[in-house]
Design a protein around this ligand. Structure first.
Ligand SMILES: [Cu+2]
Length: 144
């Protein structure tokens, strides 16, 4: 997986999400009107965390916010290669086109770090910027 335009030197949580509508949210999902589609606001579109694409260790949903084990990038772009074992339900969702890759971590105020007064909808100890979706793509299991 390759992604670009990411905030530099900050961890980007990445997950397979399943059990939603198998699509990426539009700005219409921004129900609180703060200009950011938060992770929770995207759940209807992409569902819940099914696997955590960490760089080391556990890849289960339990590692969803293991920010010390997600990729960072000094350049703003990253390539992710890892063989990840998923459970049968997740594998079935991938085959059915219901799995969505979400990369989290945004910097809409342009400060170069995750900050701002708004707390994350997932963990109030983190800023909203740290966990909000930055990029999203429906997984095409038939692509080679
Ligand atoms: Cu996620």
């Amino acid at each position: 997986m390759f992604a670009s335009g990411l905030l530099r030197n900050a961890p980007h949580a990445m997950h397979f999400h399943t059990g939603g509508a198998g699509r990426c949210p539009t700005m219409a999902a921004d129900t609180n009107g703060d200009g950011i589609v938060s992770t929770t606001e995207g759940h209807t579109a992409y569902g819940m965390i099914a696997a955590s694409l960490t760089v080391t260790g556990d890849t289960s949903p339990a590692s969803g916010l293991a920010v010390d084990r997600f990729a960072t990038t000094p350049h703003g772009y990253l390539t992710y290669h890892r063989t990840v074992m998923v459970d049968d339900m997740t594998a079935a969702a991938i085959r059915a086109g219901n799995a969505v890759l979400v990369i989290h971590g945004i910097d809409p105020n342009g400060t170069g770090t995750y900050d701002g007064s708004a707390p994350s909808d997932l963990d109030p100890k983190l800023p909203l910027e740290a966990t909000s979706p930055a990029a999203c793509g429906v997984i095409n299991a038939h692509h080679s």
